[in-house]
Ligand binder design. Sequence first.
Ligand code: NI
Length: 138
Amino acid sequence: MLSRIGISLDDTLLEQFDELIEERGYNNRSEAVRDLIREELVKKEWEEDADEGPKVAVAMLVFDHDARELGQKLTRTQHADHNLIVSSMHVHMDPHNCLEVIVLKGPGRDIIRVGNSLISNRGVKLGRLLLATRGDKL
Ligand code: NI
């Protein structure tokens, strides 16, 4: 079943939202709002089950290959928590930029700690931690 809801927003916020979802390629506001809600629900699921069963997440990083010692630091972090790292892929985007995709699996709290420590490094231009879910509750 599908329910329709109305949302009140001030004009500025709505304009910003419309710009954002256009940039992200959404066809309509409903799909964008649904994704935001799903994302928050997954976060909640993670927070509540922090110590139960393994969780899976993907960390994505874009960084400057020339940034001093950053590559080494990222590798060191992954070795230190090697039991949480399932796999990683390094793509040389161009002569200067690298993309690294790291799949993590383990207790939610540990994954969030390691994932955040990877993406928050100085010199990381774009860092995202995507929390996966089996989708049972969505
Ligand atoms: Ni590279």
